[in-house]
Ligand binder design. Sequence first.
Ligand SMILES: Cc1cc2nc3c(=O)[nH]c(=O)nc-3n(C[C@H](O)[C@H](O)[C@H](O)COP(=O)(O)OP(=O)(O)OC[C@H]3O[C@@H](n4cnc5c(N)ncnc54)[C@H](O)[C@@H]3O)c2cc1C
Ligand code: SF4
Length: 481
Amino acid sequence: MTTENMLKFVTRAAEMPEKRDETIRREDFQEIYARYAPDAAASQAGRCSQCGVPFCQIHCPLQNNIPDWLMLTAEGRLEEAYEVSAETNTFPEICGRICPQDRLCEGNCVIEQSGHGTVTIGSIEKYLTDTAFDEGWVKPIRPLHQRDQSVAIIGAGPGGLAAAERLRRLGYDVHVYDRYDRVGGLLVYGIPGFKLEKDIVQKRHDWLQDGGIHFHLNVDIGNDISFSELREKHDTVLIATGVYKARDLQVPGRGLGNIPAAMDYLTASNRVGLGDTVSAFDDGSLNAKDKNIVVIGGGDTAMDCVRTAVRQGARSVKCLYRRDKANMPGSAREVANAEEEGVEFVWLSAPEAFLGDETVKAVRVARMRLGLPDSSGRRSPEPIEGSSENHDCDLAILALGFDPEDLPTLFSEPGLPVTRWGTVKVDHQTQMTAMPGVFAAGDIVRGASLVVWAIRDGRDAADSMHAFMMEQAKAAPAAAE
Ligand SMILES: Cc1cc2nc3c(=O)[nH]c(=O)nc-3n(C[C@H](O)[C@H](O)[C@H](O)COP(=O)(O)OP(=O)(O)OC[C@H]3O[C@@H](n4cnc5c(N)ncnc54)[C@H](O)[C@@H]3O)c2cc1C
Ligand code: SF4
């Protein structure tokens, strides 16, 4: 930080009454944030010290030019601020809503670090793009010229969509295939509606379609169309299929009813929110209303399950996690939200058995203590002998994480290289696999990660696919001679 900036920062911090600061924070951290009034957005953006060492930008996976769009917002130049924010981010209104900012941009804000409460970057990012849509500043995608080459993208999640947008702008004929009936991947069926309204995702679907991107929904690649057929039809292929194989828990009683995987529970809830009829929700097996709920796991998916159960009217909601609060993988903000909503956390507890006759009635857990650090550096939980206890429940939701599906088998492509975890192996400079013209992006490369990383990968993959197809186009006339 330069001396001049430091002085500016100290002066602004001193001018900021603590009370106003607290009020802003409390409002901003509500979910489906209340829409900012323009002057509130400007005053919040004006809290940025323009410190000169943009830690926020460095810790944003998209390296968004945050200080610049905060300054423009503070000056009331909202359209320009929106344009700067959209330059590096395909879906700023989505990241603004669901990025774990406390671990990324906001957690590294200099003002946060100095104890004055972060500039609420995510809320401002969301505000700018929501305003841009309302004001008609979000321009349709209109490529300058149309190219002959075509691209297949498998997966309409954020990774696939970010790549689709970039390639379409460059004039390619872009085809997105998805086995779901809606566009968005986990944005639509994983992340709950109270964090990300589904009409926001639909708006982006409409915008991409209007830009000339072709969507082929309800098409399962490897089943309805073979992977090799797709390769023959298109010049390049992007695999952006995400990770969907739920990790399971092999303990006695696992075969009882009402022990769903988190994605089944969340998908049912999202479908109901979208107006679909879901029989497993209607018959109660995926509905938490009036039930005692236990969610097993400590990540963000577990937090989404407990908070969905609260909203469905559960009688009680407990979250069981085998480590302690300090070692939870989920975002601290999500845990705080869940606690505030009445979720009970049973730290240091690991399931030993599910109890019941036909359906689950209780989970027996062993209490744990943390031992020595394992190879990852985290302290391993170990059971305390004789510590078992039962927790009543009518629905036990497993949120233990996800692994990739077996893509080489699914795609009948034994040559598709995967890591020992099943993620697709790529050259990290180009995102290309060992199969020429086949690229991969998002969770299927990283393992379960974040929307903002999927967007980053999708954009990077699109740039490499463009370079590849340019080379292909250059070589084509020579080959024809
Ligand atoms: C419950 C939950 C909550 C989350 N909350 C957050 C959050 O708050 N913030 C955040 O940043 N991240 C969150 N994440 C993580 C985030 O959603 C993912 O990292 C991100 O969606 C990955 O994007 P992707 O494009 O790689 O894959 P996905 O979003 O999973 O999309 C993959 C798409 O590929 C399709 N597909 C798969 N196989 C095939 C096939 N064979 N043929 C055709 N189509 C196929 C799928 O139907 C899907 O539409 C959450 C994840 C979960 C599970
Ligand atoms: S994309 Fe995410 S990390 Fe980057 S500025 Fe926006 S909210 Fe922060």
